[in-house]
Design a protein. Structure first.
Length: 87
């Protein structure tokens, strides 16, 4: 099985930041990389995630062929209010 995904955060968490690289919660520092790693592992983090799980099944059907199933499972958090995020 091969599993891969993409995580991307739109905007910036820093007040008054212009949204350019190097600002906000995920700066190119050790602390920023640690924050990104933690949020990438958190299923309810405020990140857009698009995993592509791929499964292969063998001996399927009357001719015992291989079956390949690729699932695309986007996860997009929506801000309901300042306190609520709908995932």
């Amino acid at each position: 099985m091969i599993t891969m995904g993409v995580n991307y955060k739109f905007g910036s968490d820093a007040p008054g930041a212009s949204g350019s690289p190097g600002h906000g919660k995920y700066q190119d520092t050790d602390q920023g990389r640690e924050n990104l790693a933690k949020d990438a592992q958190n299923p309810i983090a405020d990140l857009i995630s698009v995993p592509f799980p791929n499964n292969t099944n063998f001996n399927v059907g009357p001719f015992n062929r291989a079956q390949n199933v690729l699932n695309i499972q986007p996860v997009v958090p929506l801000h309901w209010s300042n306190d609520w995020i709908v995932i």
